[in-house]
Design a protein around this ligand. Sequence first.
Ligand code: CA
Length: 465
Amino acid sequence: MRLPFLILCLSLSSILSAQPQQKPNVIIILTDDQGYGDVGFNGCKDIPTPNLDRIAKNGTIFTKGYVSYPVCGPSRAGLITGRYQDRFGFGRNPVLAPEDSTMGLPLSEQTLAKVLGKVDYQSMAIGKWHLGAHPTLHPLKRGFDEFYGFLSGGHRYFPEEWVLWDINDIEKQNDGYRTKLMSDYTRVDEKAYLTDALSREAVKFVQRNPDNPFFLYLAYNAPHGPLQATQKYLDRFQHIKNKKRRTYAAMVSAVDDGVGQLLDALEALGIADNTIVFFLSDNGGPEKKNGSDNGPLREGKGSLFEGGVRVPFAVQWPGQIPAGQSYDKAVISLDIFATAVSEANAPIRDSHPYDGVNLIPFLKGLNKAAPHEYLFWRKFDQNWYIAHEGNSGLKVITEPKEGHHVYDLNEDISEENNLADRKKKLIKKSSKRQEIWLNGMIEPSFMGLLQRKEYYKIKGYHRKE
Ligand code: CA
C-alpha cells in the first residue's frame, strides 16, 4: 500500500511543479545619493546595515551594479522605463515646474507599473517621484494604482517643516521640499519622520496585497540632503565624530530599519519566496555634501567616473536566485525592468527598444556570458561619454578636455591608471559602437535644474531662484 501512495505523491508533486509559476511580486527599494561603500555588504564598518545585508545574504550582490545616469532624475527615468533615458530626451535633471507638462517623463513612455498592470499587478509608488510635477505626470497617471509621497526632487524630513498644502504655491525650487505629503491625489497631514512614514506605508501596502501579484516602488529620499535625523537614529552613532557623517549614518540606519520591517512583513505573510526584492541607490554619493563614502571608487554623484554611476546594488528571490552570491559582471538598473516583465510575462511594445536584460538566467548560472556586451552613458551638456565593455571590464571615457581615458575596472577599481595609449584598438572599436548607440538617442527635451533661471525667463515664471 505504501509504495503506490508514494508514487502517487511523487507524480502529483511533479505535476504541481510543472504548473506555471505564480507571477512573482516585485519590489524596488531605491535610496537616494547613498555611497557605494555605505552598506555592510560592500564593506562598510561604521554604519551597520543588517537589513540591507539581509537582501545580499538571501540573494546576490552586484559588485558592478550601475545606474544609467549619475544624478537623480534621469537615473529614475531609466530605471522605471527600462530604457536609456536619452532615448526619450530625459538627459537632464528636471526643474520642479508643476505648470509644465513637458517637464518630466514624456507620455510616450510606459513605466514598469503600467506594463505590469497589464497582467493584473497592483502597484504603488512610495516616496520621491521626480518624474514630473504636472498633474498629467502624476504617478497615478503613469500606471501606478496608489501613491504616497512627494513629487519634487527632494524633501525635508521633519513633518513640522511641511507647510505647503499646494505645490503651485512654490516660490523657489526648494519650496518643493516643504509640501505636505500626498496620498494618491490628496495632501495629508503626516506626523511621522519621513523615512519612517514611507516604511510604514510600504508594509501596509504589502499587507493589503497578500494574494495579488504586486509591484512596489519604494523610493526613499534618504540619505539625500537636507541631513536630518531623529534622536532615535542619531543615538546609534555616537562613535562617529564627523557631524555630517553621523547624521548621514542615522538616515541610512532609518532606511535599514524600514527595509527590515518590509522583509519581516513578506516573511510573515509567507510570500518572501515569491517576491523579487531589488535594492540600489539612484546614483553615487556626493561625499562632501552628505558625508557619504563611495569606498575605493573615484569621484561621486554627477561624475561619469565609477563613483557617480556604480552603486550599492543587491537582489533577493529566495529559492530562485542562489543565496550569498556575488556577481561580478556589469549590470545596470535598466535590467530591473527587463527582469520584472520577463518573470511576470508582461507584454512590452515592439515599437520601443528596451535596453535591459532579464538577469535571472545569469544569476542562476544558466547563462555564463556577460549580460551586456556594452553599456553606455552620456552627459549631454558636458559632452562626456562612457562605453563599458561588459566582457573585459574595460571602460572608455571620452571627454572634451583630455580626450580618451581607458581603465581596466577588474584591476583598477579606482581608475588611477589611464591605459589610453595602449588601447587604441579598443578606443576605435568602442567609439564605433558608441556612434551606433547615439543614433538611438535624442537631445534633452527640457531644460535642466542648472538652467532654471533661463527657463523661468523663457516661461515667464516668477520664481526667486
Ligand atoms: Ca540621487
